[in-house]
Design a protein around this ligand. Structure first.
Ligand SMILES: [Zn+2]
Length: 206
């Protein structure tokens, strides 16, 4: 049942443990010093470890449905992880990696009746309200979903600033927050640019 995972692990091990100067023995010896903290959805198609083809030690990863960042609350998994990454490891870039065709966003827009899920994603209601506002409450369903995908990334970026570790790093001018959206259908990556007030492709060379 888990053969496919073990097959992948063997390939990883063959590649990264070749000899004592290979990357994994080196990282074990010297410790890690990643420069990125990526918050992504649990979606199996939008996994940063797949998308960015990283070497071991490249980034810290945190996953939550819809890549949703709720406002700060002491003692949450994300608060502790950010504290570790920003205060103890001095990460310089936080990436919120939203994606299209997201089940969490569909659940929010279509008001999925599942109390466990809705009690987590309810905080993104504000993003849905903003999406409604943008299209004057006359959006086609698909358009509303597309707008909400973007608004959730922006809302998460705002909420991220309520975390004391993030606030401290921002005050000291040593961290940048990147609101990114992976458009699964086209295979493009977008970043929100405040000066343009829109998501701009990072990957489309044309
Ligand atoms: Zn998702």
């Amino acid at each position: 049942m888990t053969d496919i995972l073990l097959q992948g692990f063997r390939a990883f091990r063959d590649e990264t443990y070749k000899n004592s100067s290979s990357i994994m023995p080196r990282l074990v010896r010297e410790g890690q010093a990643p420069n990125y903290f990526i918050i992504s959805c649990i979606d199996s198609r939008s996994n940063p470890a797949t998308l960015f083809r990283p070497e071991p030690g490249t980034f810290f990863a945190h996953k939550a449905m819809g890549a949703i960042v709720r406002p700060y609350k002491k003692g949450t998994a994300l608060a502790a992880a950010l504290q570790f990454a920003l205060i103890h490891n001095r990460v310089e870039h936080i990436i919120i990696l939203g994606h299209t065709k997201c089940g969490a966003i569909k659940a929010l827009v279509e008001k999925l009746e599942d109390e466990e899920i809705s009690s987590f994603i309810d905080v993104a209601q504000q993003a849905l309200d903003r999406a409604h506002h943008h299209c004057g409450h006359h959006c086609e369903h698909e358009e509303l979903i597309k707008l909400t995908e973007k608004e959730i990334v922006l809302l998460s970026a705002e909420n991220l600033k309520t975390y004391p570790s993030v606030q401290k790093a921002l005050d000291e001018n040593r961290v940048t927050i990147h609101p990114w959206l992976f458009e699964m259908e086209s295979g493009q990556l977008f970043e929100y640019q405040p000066t343009k007030q829109s998501f701009v492709s990072l990957t489309n060379e044309t």
